[in-house]
Write a protein that binds this ligand. Structure first.
Ligand SMILES: N[C@@H](CCC[C@H](N)C(=O)O)C(=O)O
Length: 291
């Protein structure tokens, strides 16, 4: 807090997924959905996909809170986790280059590999529909490799389509649509918006469109819950990679190429093993927001 009428913030991005980062270690900020929406607004505010908040924690080095641009608090954000680690280090809030961070989805462990480059132990992925959450009852399903896909009826305008999808949780919910060619803008907007609020996903969902180039490289576009399409989604990259790995389509270390940059995702394939995500974390500018 700069004074009672202004709020100090840092603008950051991870592969083009952009953030307003706030320090609330003193616990004095009143974070209402209206304030989050104003900060995130690209015309009347600073502009961001998510607002990230640093708080103190009883169980880890820091607590990390994440708000989508629509004002809703959510469980996890992968690109934000890398920026969070770079932020607390740059601000002198820690001297450690490896920290434990409490989130609504559990503890994650970011590590600064070098300046502006962070690896995060994101914890395990979950595939059980109830953990996503996803209501799978009554849907046709099939196994592709070790991955279960579900046949989802999708009403996105004139036609009722049926899509085979995979679901995964990285603490937050993801649905992954495998494509035979790179996704078009029309597909991402139409299917993204429809799937994000599909009644089978009671908490709404992040929608990933995955195109496999080869076993070590995939293209991904993500229509994020509470935001729309972003230039990159870290948890989306983790979810799409583990789904592709379980399907046997890609290797255990893969470059996930998004419009804003590339993230490397590693996973051993054991269901309880942790997903590792490596990529950039960049400060853009510092500012004061007038309340
Ligand atoms: N951009 C993020 C994900 C942010 C949260 C997501 N939109 C949700 O609602 O779960 C990332 O990098 O993971």
């Amino acid at each position: 807090m700069a004074n009672s009428n202004t709020l100090k913030f840092t603008k950051m991005h991870g592969a083009g997924n952009d953030f307003v980062v706030l320090d609330n270690c003193a616990g004095q900020l009143e974070l209402t959905p209206a304030l989050i929406k104003r900060l995130a607004d690209r015309h009347f505010g600073v502009g961001a996909d998510q607002v990230l908040v640093v708080e103190s924690s009883q169980v880890a080095d820091f607590k990390y809170r994440i708000f989508n641009a629509d004002g809703q608090e959510v469980q996890q954000c992968g690109n934000g986790a890398r920026c969070f680690a770079q932020y607390v280090f740059d601000k002198g809030l820690t001297q450690k280059n490896q920290i434990k961070v409490e989130t609504l989805a559990g503890i994650i462990q970011p590590e600064l590999i070098k300046h502006n480059w962070v690896k995060v132990n994101m914890g395990p992925a979950e595939f059980e529909p109830a953990k996503v959450p996803f209501v799978s009852e009554g849907l046709a399903s099939r196994k592709v490799g070790a991955m279960t896909q579900y046949k989802l009826p999708v009403d996105s305008g004139a036609d009722l389509e049926e899509l085979w999808v995979g679901v995964a949780s990285m603490g937050n919910p993801h649905v992954v649509v495998l494509l035979e060619q790179p996704a078009t803008d029309e597909l991402v907007q139409r299917l993204g918006a429809t799937l994000e609020s599909h009644p089978r996903f009671p908490e709404r969902v992040n929608v990933g469109f995955l195109y496999v180039v080869d076993r070590s490289r995939v293209h991904l576009r993500v229509y994020e819950r509470g935001v729309g399409e972003t230039l990159a989604c870290g948890t989306g990259a983790c979810a799409a990679a583990v789904v592709g790995m379980k399907m046997g389509l890609i290797a255990d270390c893969v470059d996930v190429v998004k419009a804003g940059g590339t993230l490397t995702i590693e996973w051993s394939g054991q269901e309880d093993s942790h997903v590792l995500m490596t990529g950039p974390a960049q400060t853009v500018f510092e500012g004061e927001f007038h309340l």
